[in-house]
Write a protein of this length. Structure first.
Length: 212
């Protein structure tokens, strides 16, 4: 008899909630607004403690979700970077300024990966690339595209794809800052605008375009 009475009470409570759902939700929102306004520090501490206790569980769940949706997340991140190039560049630049030790660690890993075909250390590869760049810029004192003073040595075949060709002098050309960023597809709004006299035939020949 008691179980049947409890079941009827539960049904009655559920029906009452369905019939007065909007009014009850508005009351709840008002109560939470007043409660949170009067107890901000308490709510903040409660959430921090809850996060600290369940930190490992949250990290595992996040990693499982990333593993299952790796391709979808990669496509979404790529689309966001293409639609927010200026914001992405500003965020990356700020992160590099505030975390120099992480950037240096990442560079060390990149140099160690590039050093594997030559059986060299990462410091030796860095010095070799600096020497390679200085030789290429000395050989071509002007940008091969716009004839401005050269500032960067650019690999025609990227070293991340063929690291064994990264020290080949025939695999490098000298570029100014603007042309170097344009070749890589980076954002040009942070470079001072220039109006160089570009030789169109020379520009097309360097990029591999041919007259149809």
């Amino acid at each position: 008899m008691q179980t049947e009475t409890l079941t009827k009470q539960q049904i009655h409570t559920h029906n009452y909630y369905l019939n007065n759902k909007s009014r009850l939700q508005s009351y709840r929102k008002k109560w939470w607004a007043v409660h949170y306004a009067n107890n901000k520090e308490y709510e903040r501490n409660r959430k921090a403690v809850y996060w600290r206790i369940n930190k490992y569980r949250f990290s595992v769940q996040k990693q499982v979700y990333r593993d299952k949706n790796k391709e979808m997340l990669h496509v979404g991140q790529k689309r966001w970077r293409e639609n927010n190039k200026s914001k992405h560049y500003a965020t990356t630049k700020l992160y590099a300024q505030t975390h120099p030790e992480i950037i240096e660690r990442s560079r060390q890993k990149s140099f160690a990966r590039l050093a594997s075909p030559f059986s060299l250390k990462s410091e030796q590869v860095r010095g070799a690339l600096i020497s390679w760049g200085s030789v290429v810029r000395t050989k071509h004192s002007q940008c091969v595209i716009c004839s401005q003073p050269s500032k960067y040595a650019h690999h025609l075949i990227y070293k991340k794809y063929y690291p064994e060709l990264m020290l080949n002098f025939g695999n490098g050309i000298a570029l100014c800052q603007r042309c170097h960023w344009e070749v890589h597809g980076w954002n040009l709004r942070y470079i001072k605008p220039l109006e160089p006299q570009i030789d169109i035939r020379r520009y097309c020949s360097v990029l591999g375009y041919r007259r149809g």
